[in-house]
Design a protein around this ligand. Structure first.
Ligand SMILES: *Cc1c(COP(=O)(O)O)cnc(C)c1O
Length: 807
């Protein structure tokens, strides 16, 4: 039952609300309205219905005087919002009917919305799922981030190579945000620190304003709404009139341009440390604004700073906001007069840090000189934090070392809890990156396995499966996903499995239609849809998938009358613009696709497709249509993965390694419903110590040797035969991610996939059991864990069981 705060509405009345916005907010007449006008009017009419529950949530939070959670994240990979909001408000059908009566196509309007792509991949998408769950669970929370003018770049292929263009989601008005010009804070950079009356004083050189934009985030059934507050950089003086009057128009706009640079673009890479001054400024910019904002809120409610940690929980999504520690200490000391020890202990009780990677190249470190020049006061405070840490814990781990400020160590030392994002990853965090700190602070590192919101990643993106689940186990599962277990009882029921397969087939047909309309590509919906979509990275091993594809092509050509299972290999994903090897892999996939797709001997059995510009909206079409989920990273490298959870939930069994959350997914779905292959994390480490392991693996595998030779000799790049010789030589010389070592095991696992897929009933049963058994991977479960183990934050809405009593 929706909350009383959302009055039910008829399609006629809602249509009138849309028309009111068309006229009064868009200034358009029905007869002249373009698709954009209809989309904005629909969005604003939906947004109106979010405002009351939003106010109500704020009021309850204020009254409860409890704890608020502040989720600081450099990235929020949100995607579209119309469908999401309509579904959470229980208004999907009303909106569809209202637009139909107005002669408009709801689906077309929904598809017109640009993705809010303020993130790179998993880390940013996790933050978006967490916001959804925080609202669904009724936990008072703010998400804090940056309102990038340009989100993640758009990807195009030119002759198979990736090209990037600027993304422009704000070229049109963003319907969901409320601008808050009155909420703004000065953010200082540079200058120097001196002493006045025995206290340090920071004399900054540059100041910009952080200005707030709020987007309400509505939870399931509209019971609660939190705020996503994104900061935009503005100049303190908009415009240099003196320069303008002199006729120097460039100089006149310089202050504005300089300030705005800070929130101009999302860094297109979260997997390498980008030692760029602008990036450090971005990090400090949004972190400082957020800390100032939460302190103001606390103090305006009459809070006593000694009790700050009873009211404030700050979660750092990776080290990007790790400057929150020193910033909070700075404000407590310099503006509120706490002594160092009290400031540090207060800050630590508020702060917690989530580690997302073990890849050494992704751990943030700043050259001390650069850091000191931009944040001189914080540099000194970090020295104080380090001294206290060394003295109190007896630790030998430095925060500043070899001329670098180490953000991971800083975040760790300033956090009362540090968490990894899957069971395996958390163990490796304890054993590797933070082994010493784990000894110095036993119990600080804990695990919170990632999750995904079932509202977007099943209910919204997979209407056929949603309907089948509703009919089979009722409608209470979207905020209690473990109820999907009830589907298991039907896994032996042929009629149920037929319907499960029919849902999958409908999604495959939808994907085929979409791809035909978008790219003119024709798919065979009877073929297996074998999908690998994620950022392109060597550790994720798209290359191994492609090598297997070529090996399969070779074998089909040799034995064209064999009993082959037709496959479509679907790739999707962007490479960081500066990541040369990843871009070579993209080029090779496209080159290979061109040749193989044109081969009349294999055309009906093997096809490669790689649609451009993978994003959240594309994931919502591809994942429900997938038969097979590729989760094939080198063991020990993928912290968790969340794509793996989305596929399993939508009934696509995994072919995968024992990496990240794959381990836990396999435990849930059962080993017999998961195609396991490859070295374990421990075996990977051992193998790397063996001399020449890659060349030896290739020598032992004629199948692999042949494929590598084909690529190297230019079979797939006839116009530029040497194009991939560097890539292949690299594989032979230093195959750090063990593509060669896992290849045979992967190829064999794929042939097991073929065999099971050929037995339609067995496959569908396996797929249905995947859906039934992955309810644990709801981000509601993850957030419940954070609230219990890290934040000690409570829900302010009635628990699910008591709601049921009422209903
Ligand atoms: C879920 C998701 C990711 C993360 O995928 P992984 O397979 O876990 O790397 C990245 N990008 C988008 C658009 C997603 O929806």
């Amino acid at each position: 039952m929706p909350d009383m705060s959302i009055p039910p509405v008829t399609p006629q009345d809602f249509g009138a609300e849309i028309l009111r916005h068309l006229k009064h907010s868009l200034g358009k007449d029905e007869s002249h309205a373009a698709l954009y006008d209809w989309r904005m009017s629909l969005s604003l009419a939906l947004r109106d219905r979010v405002v009351d529950p939003w106010f109500e949530s704020t009021r309850k939070t204020y009254e409860a005087r409890g704890k608020r959670v502040y989720y600081l994240s450099m990235e929020f990979l949100i995607g579209r919002l119309i469908e999401d909001v309509a579904i959470n408000l229980g208004m999907e059908e009303v909106a569809q009917a209202a637009l139909a009566e107005l002669g408009q196509d709801y689906a077309k309007i929904v598809a017109d919305e640009p993705d809010a792509a303020l993130g790179n991949g998993g880390l940013g998408r996790l933050a978006a799922c967490f916001m959804d769950s925080l609202s669904t669970l009724g936990i008072p929370a703010y998400g804090y981030g940056i309102r990038y003018e340009h989100g993640l770049f758009e990807q195009h292929f030119e002759n198979g190579a990736q090209m990037e263009t600027a993304e422009t989601w704000l070229a049109q008005r963003h319907a969901w945000e409320f601008e808050r010009p009155e909420v703004s804070y000065p953010i200082h950079f540079g200058g120097h620190v001196d002493e006045a009356e025995g206290s340090p004083v920071w004399h900054p050189e540059e100041t910009v304003m952080a200005s707030a934009y709020d987007t309400p985030v509505i939870g399931w059934q509209g019971r609660w709404a939190n705020t996503l507050r994104l900061w935009s950089a503005k100049p303190i003086t908009a415009f240099d009139l003196a320069s303008f009057n002199r006729g120097d128009y460039m100089a006149a706009s310089a202050p504005e341009a300089l300030a705005r640079t800070i929130s101009r673009v999302l860094y297109p890479d979260d997997t390498t440390k980008t030692g760029k001054e602008l990036r450090l400024k971005q990090e400090y910019f949004f972190t400082s604004a957020s800390i100032q904002d939460l302190l103001r809120r606390f103090l305006s409610e009459g809070g006593d700073l000694a009790e700050l940690a009873d009211h404030v929980a700050i979660q750092l999504n990776d080290t990007h906001p790790a400057i929150a520690g020193p910033e909070l200490v700075r404000l407590l000391m310099d503006e509120h007069g706490l002594d160092v020890a009290r400031a540090i202990s207060t800050a630590r009780r508020c702060l917690a840090y989530t580690n997302h990677t073990l890849l050494p190249e992704a751990l943030e470190r700043w050259p001390e000189e650069l850091f000191q020049s931009i944040l001189p006061r914080h540099h000194r405070i970090i020295q104080l934090i380090e001294a206290a840490h060394l003295a109190d814990s007896g630790s030998a781990v430095r925060i500043i070392e070899h001329g670098e400020v180490k953000m991971g160590e800083l975040a760790f030392v300033m956090a009362h809890k540090v968490n990894g994002v899957s069971a395996l990853h958390s163990d490796l965090v304890k054993e590797t990156v933070f082994a010493d700190l784990n000894r110095d602070y036993p119990g600080r590192i804990i695990n919170q396995t990632n999750g995904i919101t079932p509202r977007r990643w099943l209910y919204s993106c997979n209407p056929p499966l949603r309907a089948l689940i509703n009919e089979t186990i009722g409608t209470a599962w979207p905020d209690d996903l473990q109820q999907l277990e009830g589907l298991s009882a039907h896994a032996g029921d042929a009629a149920f499995l037929d319907r499960f397969q029919a849902a999958k087939d409908a999604n495959k047909a939808r994907l085929a239609d979409w791809l035909k309309a978008r790219d003119g590509v024709v798919l065979d919906p009877a073929a297996m849809f074998d999908v690998q979509i994620k950022r392109i990275h060597e550790y994720k091993r798209q290359l191994m998938n492609l090598l297997e594809t070529i090996a399969l092509w070779n074998e089909i050509r040799e034995n064209p009358n064999g009993d082959w299972t037709p496959r479509v290999k679907i790739f999707g994903g962007k490479a960081a613009p500066g990541y040369v090897v990843a871009k070579e892999i993209i080029h090779l996939i496209n080159d290979t696709a061109k040749l193989i797709n044109a081969d009349p001997a294999t055309r009906d059995l093997l096809q490669i497709v790689y649609p451009e510009n993978y994003n959240v909206s594309m994931a919502e079409i591809l994942i429900p249509a997938a038969d097979l989920s590729e989760q094939i990273s080198t063991a020990g490298k993928e912290a968790s993965g969340t794509g793996n959870m989305k596929f399993a939930l939508n009934g696509a069994p995994t072919i995968g390694t024992l990496d990240g959350a794959n381990v836990e997914i396999r435990e849930c779905v059962g080993a017999e419903n998961f195609f396991l292959f490859g070295l374990t994390a421990a075996e990977v480490t051992a193998r790397r110590a063996e001399p020449n392991y890659a060349r030896r693996a290739v020598e032992a595998s004629p199948r692999l040797a042949r494929v590598l030779k084909q690529i190297e000799s230019g079979v797939f790049s006839p116009s530029d035969k040497g194009r991939y010789s560097g890539l292949i030589q690299g594989l032979l010389d230093h195959d750090y991610f063990l593509v060669t070592c896992d290849f045979d095991s992967y190829f064999e696992a794929q042939r097991r996939v073929d065999t099971v897929f050929a037995d339609q009933a067995a496959w569908t049963r396996m797929a249905a059991l995947n859906t039934a058994r992955v309810g644990w991977f709801s981000s509601d479960r993850t957030i419940t864990g954070y609230a219990r183990d890290i934040w000690t934050a409570s829900s302010l809405i009635a628990s699910r069981s008591s709601r049921k009593d009422v209903a």
